[in-house]
Design a protein around this ligand. Structure first.
Ligand code: PMP
Length: 448
């Protein structure tokens, strides 16, 4: 510890960098008085290190985005090379990486998804999807689901279903919400919930541009629909001349053991959004890929959309190198295999812990839902503040795991497990052993 890192008179043990950051930089989604950033100083493979020298196994890939882990040197090199060759050119110019990444995405995405609009984040990928669907159909409403997150900018937060949308309401016009396929926690059967959307589209008349879903819901609890759900949803959307948009920002790029979440159900949407794993989180890159029909529409109709950094050369160089890394290292297949192992280990964990109500997911995309009365599936109470994203008991579980060297994210009452795809079975064993100890906290907090 340096002098600058010594505790101050009030006993604040934060580092100088943490104190500076706390003073000058806003924390996201937080009361600023509660923000307490941790200074990180390095990362390798599936692990990262803080300024105190503690090492953590990254069981959530930071924000469910570091799919390649922290040692993807080919991506780092591609970024450096492009920055040296020419860091930025306006979108009217192209680079080899931009064109080749476009071609590559057409190849790895399903069906006739073929032409990509590049941006710099998931939320911008969604904004482009909303705008393209509206321009293509000439209709304006977007049906999305309550247990969903699609981003923080105005269009994306308006189509988001979870409570983060509330301060942005009334948001953009025409953002309507439908129920979710949440078998464990909802009174509605998942297949009933999809028929409900059929009725909604009928009752809304010919005004709905698109139905927007995460094929497997991410931050709202890793909700996997039954096999027939997504095919039926596509059929319903098309019966009503409505597009299907799949938000693959979290579920894409090997996370599920397939390239994309919709591949798990053999469905090709009309529009797909991507970010996070697209660059392995090495650079801020988002993308919106559309079907031949939608692409064709914009030959003679203006695409009234763009950003200074659309297809930014450094970000697409990162994206191309990342997709090549998934391919070269067979990471999608590896994620499926280690994911099966993880699933088995989590099922065993559930048997030993009464507070584990449900374990679900596919590949390396898994959730552990904690309950205070498991028989009745009663979740641990949320904080009174509806905008808060955690529960105290679940926070205590993640904190306990963190102190034992495993970083795991949570949302509401579900632990979200989405490690780098490079994780091994022995890393999984190490993480499960720590979760085994941390779940004692929720077991003890259960109600009789
Ligand atoms: N869609 C989904 C499914 C997401 O999980 C997220 C981010 N967690 C977003 C969109 C927004 O992405 P970003 O934070 O990069 O804007």
């Amino acid at each position: 510890m340096s002098d600058a890192d010594a505790p101050d008179a009030e006993g604040d043990a934060s580092t100088e960098i943490e104190r500076l950051d706390r003073e000058y930089v806003f924390g996201t989604w937080s009361y600023q008085k509660e923000v307490s950033p941790t200074e990180v100083t390095g990362a390798e493979g599936v692990r990262f290190t803080d300024a105190r020298g503690n090492e953590y196994l990254d069981l959530s890939g930071q924000l469910m985005c570091s799919n390649l882990g922290h040692s993807a040197d080919a991506v780092a090199d591609a970024i450096a090379e492009q920055a040296q060759e020419g860091a930025y050119f306006a979108p009217g110019f192209t680079t080899e990486a931009r064109a080749r990444l476009g071609e590559k995405l057409a190849a790895v995405t399903p069906g006739d998804l073929s032409k990509t609009f590049f941006s710099t984040s998931g939320t911008e990928a969604i904004e482009a999807a909303i705008k393209m669907a509206r321009l293509y159909t000439g209709k304006h409403k977007i049906v999305s689901r309550y247990r969903s997150y699609h981003g923080a900018t105005y269009g994306s937060i308006s189509v988001t279903g979870d409570p983060r949308r509330l301060p942005a309401e009334p948001g953009i016009p025409g953002a309507i919400k439908a129920p979710d396929p949440y078998d464990y926690g909802s009174t509605l059967d998942p297949m009933e919930s999809v028929e409900y959307i059929d009725e909604m589209l009928m009752l809304e008349g010919d005004t709905v541009a698109a139905v927007l879903v995460e094929p497997i819901v991410g931050s709202n609890g890793i909700l996997v629909p039954p096999d027939d759900y997504l095919p039926r949803l596509k059929e319903i959307a098309h019966d009503h001349d409505t597009l299907l948009i799949c938000d693959e920002v979290m579920s894409g790029f090997g996370r599920t053991g397939e390239w994309f979440g919709c591949d798990v159900f053999d469905v090709t949407p009309d529009i797909m959004t991507m970010a996070k794993g697209l660059s392995g989180a090495y650079a801020p890159l988002g993308a919106t890929i559309v079907s031949d029909d939608v692409a064709e529409h914009f030959e003679d109709n203006m695409l009234v959309h763009g950003h200074t950094y659309a297809g930014h050369p450094v970000t697409v160089a990162a994206g191309l190198a990342a997709v090549e890394t998934y391919e070269r290292e067979n990471l999608v297949e590896h994620a499926g295999e280690v994911g099966d192992y993880l699933g088995t280990r989590l099922d065993e964990l559930a048997e030993d812990h009464p507070s584990v109500g449900d374990v679900r997911g596919v590949g390396l995309f898994r959730g552990i839902e904690l309950t205070k009365r498991a028989d009745e599936r009663v979740p641990f109470g949320h904080r009174e503040d509806k905008l808060s994203t955690g529960t105290t008991v679940v926070d205590e579980v993640t904190q306990d795991a963190y102190e034992r060297g495993v970083y795991v994210a949570s949302m509401i009452n579900t632990l979200i497990i989405a490690p780098p795809l490079t994780i091994t079975e022995s890393d999984v064993d190490e993480a499960v052993a720590v979760l085994d100890e941390a779940l004692a906290v929720s077991d003890e907090a259960m109600e009789e």
